[in-house]
Write a protein that binds this ligand. Structure first.
Ligand code: F0G
Length: 459
């Protein structure tokens, strides 16, 4: 007898047809898109693994919450529901709704940062780093060294290296460090979790210098799932209990609700401290809107409140992580190198290893994204030089990131495991003809957030 099969813990109430175009048409479309997959159109894509952000499928209870939204401008009942949910699920008293995660970053960072400040992170997401940079401050990656080694297993590759944190604080002084931040899970490092022990130690280390700790909490429940699986003492706790414990160690968080809560739009900041809350809402009114809606419709607030209760559903989270794992194992089974262990929301293909003949200056991760699209209409996202290279503001010298990864991010409850088979098969076919791939060159680049807007051309 083989393993007992566990099927999806849901049945499907509404479906959306997929469009499949021919190889010749795809070749045309990717050329028209300047070889940047961000410029492709929905109808030209068969399986879209560009992102798991805002692209998940909602439950019937989430859909019904939308109908209960209260559109009152100031004092919306839906805001009260959100406040209750944030307090019950995360344990924070104050919530500031924003239209998505980066709006929360704008409000928090714009309030807390001044020119020359440094923000130690495990690793920031690119939009997060950009929001710190527009305030003339810098991020410092303090992730454990093993995070850069894509092949060796470590259960918590998102952990922050405390020695690196202490070194930064000693070097620049605590006055220049308004806060420390942990991204849960660490998207830029391959969707890797941070352990509860590391969260606690980071909090303790920062507190020694009176520096607050914030979370970028977009995928905090995936992080909780890995803690439950991998950290001793947590296997019998619920995801809700683990998440609440995680949040108890931070002073607040920015939260893109388009990830684990699986809403199509929405985000927030949550904090414990009232005077910080008051500072933040004065900036909120300027950029997002009144403090009881902050850039969202009443229905969005209502569904977000509902979603915070649902995001810790054990069965759904198990299916979600197992589907990503299934995709990752199929790809590894075909002999293609991926980041080990497999992340929570995505499989990260190691483009440097898969295309060793393509130098980093020729954008191997983005070249792989283009080839996977041409092969099967599957859209992934290149995360390498284009997304993460850093330019020194004084000397102009460019530093390349350590890794070149093709991210295949799986939306929640949208695709079946059969779709995952199509993706891994297509990737194998790309690998079989890898010698034809020579990389891409940039023909246009904007000054920041290059991977969204650059125009590229095959070499
Ligand atoms: N933090 C993390 C860890 C993220 O992954 C993202 C977005 C943000 C903040 C910003 O949130 O999109 O709501 O403004 N990540 C998406 C992705 C875009 O594809 O990983 P947002």
């Amino acid at each position: 007898m083989g393993k007992k099969i566990k099927a999806e813990p849901f049945k499907i109430k509404a479906v959306e047809p997929l469009n499949i175009i021919t190889r010749e048409e795809r070749d045309k479309r990717i050329k028209e898109a300047y070889y940047n997959v961000f410029n492709l159109k929905a109808d030209d894509i068969y399986i879209d693994l560009l992102t798991d952000s805002g692209t998940s499928s909602m439950t019937d209870t989430q859909w019904s919450a939308l109908m209960q939204g209260d559109e009152t401008y100031a004092g919306s009942k839906s805001f009260d529901r959100l406040q209750e949910a944030v307090e019950r699920v995360l344990g924070y008293r104050y919530v500031i709704p924003t239209h998505q995660g980066r709006a929360a970053e704008n409000i928090l960072f714009g309030t807390l940062l001044k020119k020359g400040d440094l923000v130690p992170f495990n690793q920031p997401f690119d939009s997060t780093a950009a929001h710190i940079n527009v305030n003339e401050a810098e991020t410092v990656d303090c992730v454990v060294d093993i995070a850069y080694d894509t092949q060796t297993y470590h259960p918590f590759k998102g952990n922050l290296e405390l020695e690196k944190l202490h070194r930064v604080i000693k070097e620049v002084g605590k006055e220049k460090i308004p806060f420390v931040m942990l991204t849960l899970t660490n998207n830029s490092g391959g969707g890797q979790p941070v352990s509860m022990a590391n969260i606690k130690e980071t909090k303790r280390a920062a507190s020694k210098y009176d520096i607050p700790l914030y979370f970028d909490a977009a995928r905090c429940v995936e992080n909780a799932y890995f803690i439950k699986q991998r950290e001793s003492g947590y296997s019998t706790k619920t995801l809700a209990q683990i998440a609440k414990e995680m949040f108890s160690y931070a002073d607040g968080c920015t939260f893109s609700a388009k990830k684990d809560p699986a809403v199509n739009i929405g985000g927030f900041i949550a904090v414990k401290n009232e005077s910080l809350y008051l500072d933040l809402i004065s900036r909120l009114v300027l950029y997002e809107g009144f403090y009881t809606y902050g850039g969202l419709a009443g229905r969005d607030l209502q569904v977000l409140a509902q979603s915070l209760y649902e995001m810790t559903n054990e069965d759904f989270m198990e299916q979600r992580i197992q589907q990503v794992n299934y995709l990752g194992e199929s790809i590894t089974g075909a002999g293609i190198p991926i980041v080990n262990p497999i992340g929570g929301h995505a499989v990260f293909v190691d483009a440097k290893r898969m295309l060793p003949h393509v130098p980093q200056s020729r954008l191997p991760a983005d070249a792989l994204a283009v080839e996977l699209y041409r092969e099967a209409g599957v859209r992934g996202l290149g995360l390498g030089v284009l997304a993460f290279s850093k330019q020194d503001t004084v000397t102009g010298a460019v530093t390349f990131p350590e890794t070149e990864l093709l991210r295949l991010a799986v939306p929640r409850r949208v695709y079946t495991d059969r779709h995952m088979d199509v993706v891994s098969e297509a990737l194998s076919r790309v690998r079989d003809r890898k010698d034809e791939i020579s990389g891409l060159k940039i023909t246009y680049e904007p000054s920041r957030l290059k991977h969204f807007l650059s125009r590229l051309e095959p070499l």
